[in-house]
Design a protein around this ligand. Structure first.
Ligand SMILES: *Cc1c(COP(=O)(O)O)cnc(C)c1O
Length: 369
């Protein structure tokens, strides 16, 4: 599929009104259910994550870093780079971390900070954030979450759960552009960030953003604000607000259930048990004898939600995404049809009619509810 985008849409954009930049942050705060400060970081979400870790890290800070993907592993490295004492706690492949493992880590020692990814877009797992956040808070530890994939697909309740830093991006379930990311910062997180030894005069410094943007009336972003990205964030938020966040989340839930019912009808197995899976993606194990490259070649461009997976079992696993605009009846049907056709061509008997029926059943039930 090739898109041709008229240049006049992309070039010579009017500047984003500086006085509306703070309003964007307020709208993000509303999505996250928080009155904490919200910062806008010019860069994709991985940059906001690195900025959070870099700004929090200090020699002697004891961090429990939960690892369920490379994102978590990198977060631990950035904390360590700042001198922190990092205990990495890795989950089993394709599974979320268990609450029991986190409890056991706290029985061995105290931590000042707990970091975790809420939902993983690659493996499709959902970590038990509410339970972990409650435990961390009861122990006086800061809670730092990567909610880049989960926001819009699952509730991200910053105030209710007491999340100190939540990093999000518009490019996953919110179906926006990837070039601007956001994070909420609690007073307790600011206290850690402002301790002696803070990173300053750095694009990774949250303290710089506080001084040069928050404390200066939240006008134009420091440096060169990207009108393209600010207008795109405005548009993504407007579309989410028009649909209603609860409806966006429900749409992801339905798409996830329909996709899983259809995959089951095709005789495929999920890598992750449904009770630990996110609403964003489903990791599927290919039938014996079908390789990932052969499957992808047979699926072709009409199965654009289907891609290779990552992690230990990646040579046997496909990722079926139902995130953002892919979380809807038509994309789910189209991608399941492409997959069913490919499986049959590769010698695995799969019944597309049964899969479409399974999808219809889930969607009919959802619209009757
Ligand atoms: C996508 C994603 C990111 C980072 O997004 P980039 O667009 O690569 O910056 C971080 N964490 C999680 C869990 C993600 O799914």
């Amino acid at each position: 599929m090739t898109h041709s985008i008229p240049h006049n849409v992309l070039l010579d954009l009017p500047p984003f009104p500086p006085q509306r930049t703070g309003e964007l942050a307020d709208r993000v705060a509303a999505l996250l259910g928080t009155k904490n400060d919200v910062l806008l970081v010019q860069g994709e979400a991985i940059i906001a994550l690195e900025a959070a870790a870099t700004s929090l890290a200090r020699p002697g800070l004891k961090a429990l870093n939960i690892v369920t993907s490379p994102y978590g592993a990198w977060f631990g490295l950035w904390l360590e780079r700042g001198g922190s004492e990092v205990t990495n706690l890795a989950a089993e492949n394709a599974l979320p971390i268990t609450f029991a493992a986190v409890e056991a880590a706290f029985e061995k020692q105290d931590f000042d900070l707990v970091a975790l990814v809420h939902a993983e877009s690659a493996s499709g797992i959902l970590n038990p954030l509410p339970e972990i956040a409650a435990l961390a808070r009861s122990k006086g530890a800061l809670v730092v979450t990567d909610c880049v994939a989960s926001v819009g697909g699952h509730p991200v309740e910053v105030h209710r759960l007491g999340i100190d830093i939540a990093v999000i991006g518009p490019q996953k379930a919110l179906a926006g552009s990837a070039g601007l990311s956001m994070l909420s910062v609690s007073p307790a997180a600011w206290a850690q960030i402002e301790k002696p030894g803070a990173k300053e005069i750095s694009t990774l410094s949250l303290l710089d953003l506080k001084r040069n943007w928050l404390e200066k009336g939240r006008g134009a972003l420091p440096g060169m604000p990207s009108s393209l990205e600010l207008h795109a964030l405005d548009a993504a938020l407007t579309r989410v607000e028009a649909e209603g966040l609860a409806n966006v989340i429900a749409r992801h839930e339905t798409a996830a259930r329909a996709s899983r019912a259809a995959l089951k009808a095709l005789g495929l197995r999920e890598l992750t048990p449904p009770e630990t899976a996110s609403n964003l993606a489903t990791a599927i194990v290919l039938p014996e004898g079908i390789s990932v490259p052969d499957a992808l070649a047979a699926i072709g461009p009409n199965g654009r939600a289907i891609s290779a997976s990552v992690g230990a079992a990646a040579n046997r696993v496909l990722r079926f995404q139902h995130t953002g605009r892919l979380a809807g009846f038509e994309p789910v049907v189209a991608n399941i049809a492409a997959l069913a056709g490919a499986l049959n061509r590769l010698g695995h008997k799969a019944d597309p009619g049964a899969a479409v029926n399974a999808i219809l059943e889930v969607y009919n039930k959802a619209s009757a509810a």
